[in-house]
Ligand binder design. Structure first.
Ligand SMILES: Cc1ncc(COP(=O)(O)O)c(C=O)c1O
Length: 319
């Protein structure tokens, strides 16, 4: 038995997207609503944190330390969970504090987390220094890596895959936003354990495909060891498309704007500007290029992130 705290609202629904499918003249589209995992506006990190937090508790942690960008969804969910469990939370955030805290950053403050600002190149170094200070100060810190993307966190998505199988929806493809890799790694592991015949395609948010494939294969292999199974994953069997990196992390381009509007206007469904907006843009573009057949059933695994829609910098969505 792998220790797990039960916090997510599961199973998350699977819904069909008939108007979007028709508008694109494409395959049958479905969505797995992991934006509805329930913890402080939901998202994919809740499933991972169920395992990370069980381990933190086993270590007697009193403080959670983690890192991300200024609008990190992972940090927001970690801060919420710390509040719920009565733990302290220190977030090492890279980027610009801005004049007003909005979106996820506003919520980080609301949950009472302490924020340490850094720049992207110094992020890991700052994280280690913050952890060390907390340790020496007797705060019993537990370090959760970027995106909770390690063997422990990925287990959340290995079990999420089982949940999808239990929902008995026939699917040929799963398409999702992939960044620190833990979500796709967990799904790849779950798919392999279930002997699933479909394909999982990660749309890379900020990394070259080769690098991300390596990361995902490595996390998936390590996660399998946690289950005592020792399944080895090769980078070459992980599908990643890096054609949609645009002008970089968090920079919303025309493709993202179009995807966010299309999902909103066709289905009343919200994508976020950084992750699902980019993955949705990739999905739409691939459909238009005839990547899928019309008979394919394509499931878009919604990983959440909508609080970032309310960050000041994404206001151009309405122009
Ligand atoms: C909304 C959202 N979608 C997708 C991802 C990517 O998940 P992962 O980091 O596990 O690849 C993240 C976090 O990085 C996220 O916040």
């Amino acid at each position: 038995m792998i220790p797990r705290i039960r916090i997510a609202h599961l199973p998350t629904p699977v819904e069909s997207l008939p108007r979007l499918s028709t508008a694109l003249g494409g395959p049958r589209l479905l969505v797995k609503r992991d934006d509805l995992t329930g913890l402080a506006l939901g998202g994919n990190k809740t499933r991972k944190l169920e395992f990370s937090l069980a381990e933190a508790q086993a270590h007697g942690a009193r403080t959670l330390v983690t890192t991300g960008a200024a609008q990190s969804n992972h940090c927001r969910q970690t801060a919420a969970l710390a509040a719920r469990l009565g733990l302290d939370c220190i977030l090492v955030l890279s980027g610009d504090p801005g004049e007003l805290a909005s979106g996820n950053l506003l919520l980080d403050g609301l949950f009472g987390s302490e924020i340490v600002w850094t720049e992207r190149p110094q992020r890991d170094e700052t994280l280690q220094a913050v952890f060390k200070t907390a340790w020496e100060g007797g705060r019993r810190p537990y370090l959760i890596p970027l995106g909770a993307s390690n063997a422990i966190g990925a287990l959340g998505y290995a079990f999420a895959f089982d949940e999808l199988i239990e929902q008995a929806v026939a699917v040929d493809w799963i398409v999702l936003a992939s960044s620190s890799g833990g979500t796709q790694a967990g799904l790849a592991l779950g798919a392999r354990r279930a002997g699933w015949q479909g394909k999982i395609l990660g749309i890379s948010i900020d990394e070259e495909a080769e690098e991300l494939q390596q990361t995902i294969a490595s996390i998936a292999s390590q996660a399998s060891e946690r289950l005592g199974e020792r399944i080895r994953f090769e980078a070459s069997e992980i599908l990643v498309n890096d054609s949609y990196l645009g002008k970089g992390y968090g920079v919303m381009g025309q493709l993202e704007v179009e995807a966010i509007r299309l999902f909103a206007r066709m289905e009343g469904l919200l994508l976020d500007p950084v992750y699902t907006g980019r993955a949705g843009a990739g999905l739409i573009d691939l459909i238009r290029k005839g990547f899928f057949t019309k008979e394919d059933r394509v499931l878009f695994w919604h990983t959440g992130g909508q609080p970032a829609l309310f960050a000041e910098r994404y206001e151009p969505l309405l122009r």
